[in-house]
Design a protein around this ligand. Structure first.
Ligand SMILES: Cc1ncc(COP(=O)(O)O)c(C=O)c1O
Length: 396
Protein backbone atom coordinates (compact mmCIF):
# COMPACT_ATOMS: atom_id res chain seq x y z
CA UNK A 1 0.00 0.00 0.00
CA UNK A 2 1.42 3.40 -0.92
CA UNK A 3 0.26 5.35 2.13
CA UNK A 4 2.11 8.44 1.01
CA UNK A 5 -0.21 8.79 -1.95
CA UNK A 6 -3.38 8.42 0.11
CA UNK A 7 -2.58 10.72 3.02
CA UNK A 8 -3.88 14.27 3.16
CA UNK A 9 -1.39 16.68 1.59
CA UNK A 10 -2.04 19.18 4.38
CA UNK A 11 -1.26 16.68 7.11
CA UNK A 12 1.92 15.58 5.37
CA UNK A 13 3.10 19.18 5.16
CA UNK A 14 2.83 19.72 8.94
CA UNK A 15 6.12 19.55 10.79
CA UNK A 16 6.01 17.56 14.05
CA UNK A 17 6.58 19.51 17.26
CA UNK A 18 10.28 19.87 18.08
CA UNK A 19 9.66 19.40 21.79
CA UNK A 20 8.87 15.71 22.13
CA UNK A 21 12.18 14.23 20.92
CA UNK A 22 13.87 15.60 24.01
CA UNK A 23 11.57 13.85 26.41
CA UNK A 24 12.36 10.51 24.78
CA UNK A 25 16.09 11.03 25.50
CA UNK A 26 15.30 12.30 28.99
CA UNK A 27 13.28 9.23 29.87
CA UNK A 28 16.35 7.01 29.49
CA UNK A 29 18.62 9.23 31.63
CA UNK A 30 19.32 8.68 35.32
CA UNK A 31 19.56 11.74 37.64
CA UNK A 32 18.26 14.00 34.90
CA UNK A 33 16.41 17.19 35.79
CA UNK A 34 13.70 18.53 33.57
CA UNK A 35 12.84 22.20 33.22
CA UNK A 36 11.23 21.08 30.01
CA UNK A 37 7.63 19.99 30.41
CA UNK A 38 5.09 22.79 30.35
CA UNK A 39 2.65 21.55 32.95
CA UNK A 40 2.07 22.10 36.66
CA UNK A 41 4.01 19.82 38.99
CA UNK A 42 1.08 20.00 41.45
CA UNK A 43 -1.47 17.23 41.64
CA UNK A 44 -5.06 18.40 41.11
CA UNK A 45 -6.33 19.61 44.53
CA UNK A 46 -8.01 16.81 46.44
CA UNK A 47 -11.51 18.31 46.67
CA UNK A 48 -11.57 18.60 42.87
CA UNK A 49 -10.41 15.00 42.39
CA UNK A 50 -12.96 13.93 44.99
CA UNK A 51 -15.79 15.57 43.04
CA UNK A 52 -14.78 13.58 39.97
CA UNK A 53 -14.61 10.34 41.98
CA UNK A 54 -17.98 11.06 43.61
CA UNK A 55 -19.61 11.56 40.21
CA UNK A 56 -18.33 8.11 39.19
CA UNK A 57 -19.66 6.56 42.39
CA UNK A 58 -23.04 8.06 41.64
CA UNK A 59 -22.89 6.54 38.17
CA UNK A 60 -22.78 9.79 36.22
CA UNK A 61 -21.13 8.19 33.25
CA UNK A 62 -23.26 9.30 30.30
CA UNK A 63 -22.84 12.00 27.65
CA UNK A 64 -23.74 15.51 28.75
CA UNK A 65 -25.36 18.18 26.62
CA UNK A 66 -23.11 18.98 23.65
CA UNK A 67 -22.01 22.39 24.90
CA UNK A 68 -21.27 20.98 28.37
CA UNK A 69 -23.49 20.76 31.45
CA UNK A 70 -25.54 23.92 31.88
CA UNK A 71 -24.54 24.07 35.56
CA UNK A 72 -20.85 24.02 34.66
CA UNK A 73 -21.29 26.70 32.00
CA UNK A 74 -23.14 28.87 34.53
CA UNK A 75 -20.26 28.40 36.97
CA UNK A 76 -17.67 29.26 34.32
CA UNK A 77 -19.64 32.41 33.43
CA UNK A 78 -19.68 33.52 37.05
CA UNK A 79 -15.97 32.65 37.47
CA UNK A 80 -15.05 34.72 34.41
CA UNK A 81 -17.02 37.67 35.71
CA UNK A 82 -15.68 37.30 39.26
CA UNK A 83 -12.02 36.94 38.34
CA UNK A 84 -11.63 38.78 35.02
CA UNK A 85 -14.66 41.04 34.67
CA UNK A 86 -15.66 39.18 31.49
CA UNK A 87 -19.36 38.73 30.79
CA UNK A 88 -20.60 35.79 28.72
CA UNK A 89 -24.04 34.26 28.39
CA UNK A 90 -23.59 30.61 29.33
CA UNK A 91 -26.38 29.52 26.99
CA UNK A 92 -25.28 31.14 23.73
CA UNK A 93 -21.67 32.25 24.12
CA UNK A 94 -19.83 29.28 25.59
CA UNK A 95 -18.81 25.67 24.86
CA UNK A 96 -16.99 23.36 27.27
CA UNK A 97 -14.17 21.76 25.29
CA UNK A 98 -11.55 19.04 25.50
CA UNK A 99 -8.82 21.31 26.84
CA UNK A 100 -7.96 24.70 25.47
CA UNK A 101 -6.46 22.76 22.56
CA UNK A 102 -9.84 21.78 21.10
CA UNK A 103 -11.05 25.33 21.58
CA UNK A 104 -8.12 26.70 19.55
CA UNK A 105 -8.68 24.14 16.80
CA UNK A 106 -12.41 24.88 16.59
CA UNK A 107 -11.88 28.63 16.51
CA UNK A 108 -9.55 28.25 13.54
CA UNK A 109 -11.91 25.89 11.74
CA UNK A 110 -15.00 28.00 12.39
CA UNK A 111 -13.42 31.22 11.14
CA UNK A 112 -10.91 30.40 8.43
CA UNK A 113 -11.30 29.76 4.72
CA UNK A 114 -8.50 28.62 2.39
CA UNK A 115 -6.38 31.62 1.46
CA UNK A 116 -7.14 33.59 4.62
CA UNK A 117 -4.19 34.84 6.61
CA UNK A 118 -3.68 34.35 10.34
CA UNK A 119 -1.18 36.50 12.19
CA UNK A 120 0.64 34.50 14.86
CA UNK A 121 3.06 36.25 17.21
CA UNK A 122 6.13 34.07 17.74
CA UNK A 123 7.77 32.67 19.77
CA UNK A 124 4.57 31.04 20.98
CA UNK A 125 2.85 27.74 21.74
CA UNK A 126 3.40 25.27 18.93
CA UNK A 127 -0.16 24.48 17.82
CA UNK A 128 -1.39 27.71 16.22
CA UNK A 129 0.35 27.55 12.83
CA UNK A 130 -0.32 23.82 12.15
CA UNK A 131 -3.99 24.16 13.08
CA UNK A 132 -4.33 27.23 10.86
CA UNK A 133 -2.62 25.40 8.00
CA UNK A 134 -5.07 22.49 8.27
CA UNK A 135 -7.86 24.88 7.26
CA UNK A 136 -5.93 25.94 4.15
CA UNK A 137 -5.19 29.35 5.69
CA UNK A 138 -1.73 30.88 5.69
CA UNK A 139 0.15 31.44 8.95
CA UNK A 140 1.90 34.82 8.99
CA UNK A 141 4.49 34.76 11.76
CA UNK A 142 5.02 38.04 13.62
CA UNK A 143 8.38 37.97 15.40
CA UNK A 144 8.11 39.63 18.80
CA UNK A 145 11.31 40.98 20.36
CA UNK A 146 12.87 40.86 23.78
CA UNK A 147 13.32 44.66 23.57
CA UNK A 148 9.49 44.92 23.52
CA UNK A 149 9.13 42.35 26.33
CA UNK A 150 7.87 39.97 23.62
CA UNK A 151 4.61 41.92 23.22
CA UNK A 152 2.64 42.20 20.01
CA UNK A 153 3.22 45.89 19.28
CA UNK A 154 0.93 47.95 17.03
CA UNK A 155 3.83 48.47 14.61
CA UNK A 156 4.44 44.74 14.34
CA UNK A 157 0.73 44.05 13.86
CA UNK A 158 0.50 46.75 11.17
CA UNK A 159 3.48 45.31 9.31
CA UNK A 160 1.74 41.91 9.05
CA UNK A 161 -1.79 43.06 8.18
CA UNK A 162 -2.98 42.57 4.61
CA UNK A 163 -6.45 42.60 3.03
CA UNK A 164 -6.39 38.80 3.49
CA UNK A 165 -5.90 38.92 7.28
CA UNK A 166 -8.84 37.21 8.97
CA UNK A 167 -7.53 36.40 12.43
CA UNK A 168 -4.85 37.49 14.88
CA UNK A 169 -3.78 35.09 17.62
CA UNK A 170 -2.99 36.83 20.91
CA UNK A 171 -1.22 34.25 23.06
CA UNK A 172 -0.75 36.08 26.38
CA UNK A 173 0.46 35.39 29.05
CA UNK A 174 2.86 33.75 26.68
CA UNK A 175 4.38 30.31 26.46
CA UNK A 176 7.44 30.33 26.17
CA UNK A 177 8.43 33.94 26.87
CA UNK A 178 6.30 34.72 29.95
CA UNK A 179 5.37 37.99 28.22
CA UNK A 180 2.01 39.61 28.96
CA UNK A 181 -0.14 42.31 27.38
CA UNK A 182 -1.75 45.13 29.36
CA UNK A 183 -4.74 47.36 28.78
CA UNK A 184 -2.75 50.06 26.94
CA UNK A 185 -1.19 47.40 24.68
CA UNK A 186 -4.62 46.19 23.57
CA UNK A 187 -5.90 49.74 23.15
CA UNK A 188 -3.06 50.31 20.70
CA UNK A 189 -3.96 47.11 18.80
CA UNK A 190 -7.64 48.12 18.76
CA UNK A 191 -6.67 51.33 17.02
CA UNK A 192 -4.81 49.40 14.31
CA UNK A 193 -7.77 47.05 13.81
CA UNK A 194 -10.46 49.75 13.78
CA UNK A 195 -12.48 49.60 10.58
CA UNK A 196 -11.21 46.13 9.62
CA UNK A 197 -13.15 42.87 10.02
CA UNK A 198 -10.21 41.12 11.65
CA UNK A 199 -10.96 38.77 14.57
CA UNK A 200 -8.82 37.94 17.61
CA UNK A 201 -8.23 34.51 19.12
CA UNK A 202 -7.12 35.23 22.67
CA UNK A 203 -5.48 32.19 24.26
CA UNK A 204 -5.80 32.94 27.99
CA UNK A 205 -4.86 29.54 29.36
CA UNK A 206 -2.32 31.23 31.69
CA UNK A 207 -4.66 34.06 32.74
CA UNK A 208 -4.48 33.07 36.41
CA UNK A 209 -0.69 33.05 36.35
CA UNK A 210 0.36 36.69 36.26
CA UNK A 211 2.70 38.19 38.81
CA UNK A 212 2.39 41.70 40.16
CA UNK A 213 -0.57 42.66 37.98
CA UNK A 214 -3.97 41.33 37.06
CA UNK A 215 -4.56 39.61 33.72
CA UNK A 216 -6.18 41.81 31.09
CA UNK A 217 -8.14 40.28 28.21
CA UNK A 218 -8.73 42.01 24.86
CA UNK A 219 -12.39 41.16 25.47
CA UNK A 220 -12.26 43.56 28.45
CA UNK A 221 -12.19 46.40 25.92
CA UNK A 222 -15.70 47.16 24.64
CA UNK A 223 -14.21 47.89 21.24
CA UNK A 224 -12.64 44.42 20.99
CA UNK A 225 -15.29 42.37 22.81
CA UNK A 226 -17.31 41.59 19.66
CA UNK A 227 -14.30 40.55 17.66
CA UNK A 228 -12.60 38.37 20.27
CA UNK A 229 -12.88 34.63 20.86
CA UNK A 230 -11.51 33.78 24.31
CA UNK A 231 -9.94 30.36 24.91
CA UNK A 232 -9.30 29.23 28.46
CA UNK A 233 -9.27 26.07 30.54
CA UNK A 234 -8.41 24.27 33.74
CA UNK A 235 -5.04 22.72 32.85
CA UNK A 236 -2.72 25.40 34.21
CA UNK A 237 -4.92 27.32 36.66
CA UNK A 238 -6.14 24.25 38.55
CA UNK A 239 -3.35 21.75 37.75
CA UNK A 240 -5.77 19.66 35.67
CA UNK A 241 -3.88 18.90 32.44
CA UNK A 242 -4.95 15.24 32.34
CA UNK A 243 -8.64 15.97 32.81
CA UNK A 244 -8.74 17.69 29.41
CA UNK A 245 -11.08 20.50 30.37
CA UNK A 246 -11.27 23.83 28.58
CA UNK A 247 -13.80 26.26 27.19
CA UNK A 248 -14.33 28.81 24.49
CA UNK A 249 -16.37 32.02 24.77
CA UNK A 250 -17.24 34.55 22.13
CA UNK A 251 -19.88 36.14 19.93
CA UNK A 252 -23.00 33.94 19.78
CA UNK A 253 -23.06 33.54 15.95
CA UNK A 254 -19.51 32.14 16.03
CA UNK A 255 -20.17 29.85 19.00
CA UNK A 256 -23.29 28.53 17.25
CA UNK A 257 -21.20 27.40 14.26
CA UNK A 258 -18.48 25.98 16.50
CA UNK A 259 -21.03 23.89 18.34
CA UNK A 260 -21.59 21.91 15.13
CA UNK A 261 -17.88 21.06 14.94
CA UNK A 262 -17.86 20.07 18.59
CA UNK A 263 -21.06 18.02 18.20
CA UNK A 264 -19.80 16.06 15.20
CA UNK A 265 -16.19 15.72 16.31
CA UNK A 266 -16.38 15.26 20.08
CA UNK A 267 -20.03 14.94 21.19
CA UNK A 268 -19.36 16.28 24.69
CA UNK A 269 -16.32 16.90 26.90
CA UNK A 270 -15.56 14.09 29.42
CA UNK A 271 -18.37 13.84 31.97
CA UNK A 272 -16.23 12.97 35.03
CA UNK A 273 -14.00 15.94 34.26
CA UNK A 274 -17.02 18.24 34.00
CA UNK A 275 -18.08 17.30 37.53
CA UNK A 276 -14.56 17.94 38.79
CA UNK A 277 -14.55 21.27 36.92
CA UNK A 278 -17.76 22.38 38.69
CA UNK A 279 -15.98 21.92 42.02
CA UNK A 280 -12.95 23.82 40.69
CA UNK A 281 -15.15 26.74 39.62
CA UNK A 282 -17.15 26.84 42.85
CA UNK A 283 -14.43 26.22 45.44
CA UNK A 284 -11.08 26.45 43.68
CA UNK A 285 -10.07 30.10 43.94
CA UNK A 286 -7.89 29.51 46.99
CA UNK A 287 -5.99 26.69 45.23
CA UNK A 288 -5.22 29.01 42.34
CA UNK A 289 -3.76 31.60 44.67
CA UNK A 290 -1.69 29.09 46.61
CA UNK A 291 -0.14 27.65 43.47
CA UNK A 292 0.46 31.09 41.98
CA UNK A 293 2.33 32.22 45.11
CA UNK A 294 4.48 29.13 44.93
CA UNK A 295 5.23 29.70 41.22
CA UNK A 296 6.06 33.32 41.92
CA UNK A 297 8.69 32.35 44.51
CA UNK A 298 10.30 29.94 42.05
CA UNK A 299 10.13 32.51 39.24
CA UNK A 300 12.05 35.11 41.23
CA UNK A 301 14.61 32.55 42.37
CA UNK A 302 15.21 31.25 38.84
CA UNK A 303 15.44 34.69 37.21
CA UNK A 304 17.86 35.85 39.87
CA UNK A 305 19.92 32.66 39.56
CA UNK A 306 20.15 32.89 35.78
CA UNK A 307 21.23 36.53 35.90
CA UNK A 308 23.82 35.75 38.58
CA UNK A 309 25.29 33.01 36.42
CA UNK A 310 25.53 35.44 33.54
CA UNK A 311 22.55 34.66 31.30
CA UNK A 312 20.57 37.82 30.61
CA UNK A 313 16.84 37.33 30.94
CA UNK A 314 13.90 39.67 30.75
CA UNK A 315 11.46 39.51 33.61
CA UNK A 316 8.65 37.08 32.73
CA UNK A 317 5.41 38.47 34.13
CA UNK A 318 3.12 35.56 33.38
CA UNK A 319 2.80 31.77 32.84
CA UNK A 320 5.53 29.54 34.36
CA UNK A 321 8.46 30.00 32.01
CA UNK A 322 11.70 31.95 32.02
CA UNK A 323 13.25 32.67 28.63
CA UNK A 324 16.94 33.49 29.06
CA UNK A 325 19.06 34.90 26.26
CA UNK A 326 21.85 32.44 25.39
CA UNK A 327 23.30 34.32 22.41
CA UNK A 328 26.39 35.23 24.43
CA UNK A 329 27.40 31.55 24.60
CA UNK A 330 28.06 31.37 20.87
CA UNK A 331 25.79 28.31 20.61
CA UNK A 332 22.54 28.04 18.73
CA UNK A 333 19.47 27.28 20.86
CA UNK A 334 19.38 23.69 19.62
CA UNK A 335 23.09 23.17 20.30
CA UNK A 336 22.77 24.68 23.76
CA UNK A 337 19.91 22.36 24.72
CA UNK A 338 21.52 19.27 23.24
CA UNK A 339 24.85 19.87 24.99
CA UNK A 340 23.34 20.96 28.31
CA UNK A 341 21.31 17.76 28.36
CA UNK A 342 24.18 15.48 27.37
CA UNK A 343 26.84 17.12 29.57
CA UNK A 344 24.83 18.07 32.65
CA UNK A 345 21.62 16.07 32.30
CA UNK A 346 19.29 19.05 32.46
CA UNK A 347 16.52 19.49 29.93
CA UNK A 348 15.46 22.95 28.78
CA UNK A 349 13.68 23.60 25.50
CA UNK A 350 15.17 25.33 22.49
CA UNK A 351 13.53 28.68 21.80
CA UNK A 352 13.66 27.82 18.11
CA UNK A 353 10.96 25.17 18.70
CA UNK A 354 8.50 28.05 19.29
CA UNK A 355 9.09 29.83 16.00
CA UNK A 356 11.78 31.93 14.36
CA UNK A 357 11.73 34.68 17.04
CA UNK A 358 12.85 32.10 19.61
CA UNK A 359 16.34 31.46 18.24
CA UNK A 360 18.97 32.64 20.72
CA UNK A 361 16.78 31.80 23.73
CA UNK A 362 15.83 28.69 25.70
CA UNK A 363 12.67 27.97 27.69
CA UNK A 364 13.05 26.96 31.33
CA UNK A 365 9.84 25.86 33.00
CA UNK A 366 9.72 26.48 36.75
CA UNK A 367 6.70 24.30 37.41
CA UNK A 368 9.05 22.00 39.27
CA UNK A 369 10.45 21.80 42.81
CA UNK A 370 12.78 24.46 44.26
CA UNK A 371 15.27 21.68 44.91
CA UNK A 372 15.40 20.78 41.21
CA UNK A 373 15.58 24.42 40.18
CA UNK A 374 18.52 24.98 42.54
CA UNK A 375 20.33 21.88 41.25
CA UNK A 376 19.64 22.88 37.62
CA UNK A 377 21.22 26.29 38.30
CA UNK A 378 24.33 24.67 39.79
CA UNK A 379 24.65 22.41 36.76
CA UNK A 380 24.09 25.37 34.42
CA UNK A 381 26.88 27.29 36.09
CA UNK A 382 29.10 24.27 35.60
CA UNK A 383 28.09 23.91 31.98
CA UNK A 384 28.83 27.55 31.16
CA UNK A 385 32.17 27.51 32.99
CA UNK A 386 33.27 24.38 31.11
CA UNK A 387 32.00 25.79 27.84
CA UNK A 388 34.11 28.94 28.30
CA UNK A 389 37.20 26.86 29.10
CA UNK A 390 36.68 24.69 26.02
CA UNK A 391 36.06 27.72 23.85
CA UNK A 392 39.23 29.32 25.26
CA UNK A 393 41.16 26.19 24.19
CA UNK A 394 39.46 26.22 20.82
CA UNK A 395 37.70 22.91 21.50
CA UNK A 396 34.07 24.04 21.37
C1 LIG B 1 -0.36 28.67 25.47
C2 LIG B 1 -1.07 27.36 25.56
N1 LIG B 1 -2.31 27.27 25.08
C3 LIG B 1 -2.99 26.11 25.15
C4 LIG B 1 -2.45 24.98 25.71
C5 LIG B 1 -3.25 23.72 25.73
O1 LIG B 1 -3.75 23.46 26.97
P1 LIG B 1 -4.89 22.39 27.28
O2 LIG B 1 -4.28 21.40 28.21
O3 LIG B 1 -5.98 23.17 27.92
O4 LIG B 1 -5.31 21.79 25.99
C6 LIG B 1 -1.15 25.03 26.22
C7 LIG B 1 -0.51 23.84 26.80
O5 LIG B 1 0.66 23.78 27.11
C8 LIG B 1 -0.43 26.26 26.15
O6 LIG B 1 0.80 26.38 26.64
Amino acid sequence: MNYDSILSERVKELRPSGIRRFFDILEEMKDAISLGVGEPDFVTPWHIRDAGIYSLEKGFTKYTSNAGMAGLRRDIASYLERRFDLKYDFATQMIVTVGGSEAIDMTMRALLNPGDEVIIPVPSFVCYAPLAQMTGAKAVLAETRVEDEFKLTPELLKSCLTPKTKLVVVPFPNNPTGGIMEKADYEALAEVLRGTGVMLLSDEIYAELTYGQHHFSPANLPELYDRTVVVNGFSKSHAMTGWRMGYVCGPAPIIKQMLKLHQFGIMSAPTTSQYAAIEAMQNGDRDIEKMRDEYDGRRRYLVEGLRRIGLPCHEPRGAFYVFPDIRGTGLSSDEFCERFLMEEKVAVISGAAFGPGGEGFVRCCYATSMKDIAEALTRLDNFLTNLKKKQGRGEA
